[in-house]
Write a new protein. Sequence first.
Length: 268
Amino acid sequence: GAFQKKGHSARILSPEEAEKLAKDQVLVSDFKQLKLEKEAQKNWDLFYKRNSTNFFKDRHWTTREFQELKACREFADQKLTILEAGCGVGNCLFPLLEEDPHIFAYACDFSPRAVEYVKKNALYSAERCQVFQCDLTKDDLLENIPADSVDVVTLIFVLSAIHPDKMRLVLKNIYKVLKPGKCVLFRDYGLHDHAMLRFKPGSKLGENFYVRQDGTRSYFFTEEFLSQLFKAEGYEQVVNEYVQRETVNRKEDLCVPRVFLQSKFRKP
């Protein structure tokens, strides 16, 4: 079973968790940090090589959580153009295309291997989807997408994998292709999520920023940090809140606290 609540207050740590985080202050060396930044694409490519298309479940919750995909239409069967920034192997993309025949999707990913998996998917059709490899921090989206042409951008569990210093470049890039008045739909890891508390000493790259054993990185967002990030690039905040879930494993009697940030920012 799972219990869920939304709101603006961050998850309160237990005394044991607070002590664990307070103790873990040693950062990974600058040399290793630079190496991880340089090899970020390679590490994600290897992740997809190991896990193929099996790692993430298809995200059928997207339309439930983001009513916008329906609400941003002016009439029922209006064609929508979306951009899935950081599409992985299509776990969010294909359920959406299946569920909604009136969507055309641009989709891009950092990993060339992930892009190949998308193209090989039986549901992939060039008439309904254009997928391309892209480093959102430096490759101009305008090379693949016309300016001001996209109705919705989804940014789901993507920004957390990018160095905090470069996150604003992603938002700047997306801004150029989004239509005025339209939104970025965001969901990602929140501060004090269970995954953050599981990192072993020696994994910390900076405040709320960690490296996994496979070299991929993960940032855990506060509501304030995300808000400042988007507003600095000219977006208006519509919704920005923590989603706290307690996933209960009854067999092992374990309660796992998950924390995400779910938000919506509009281009004026």
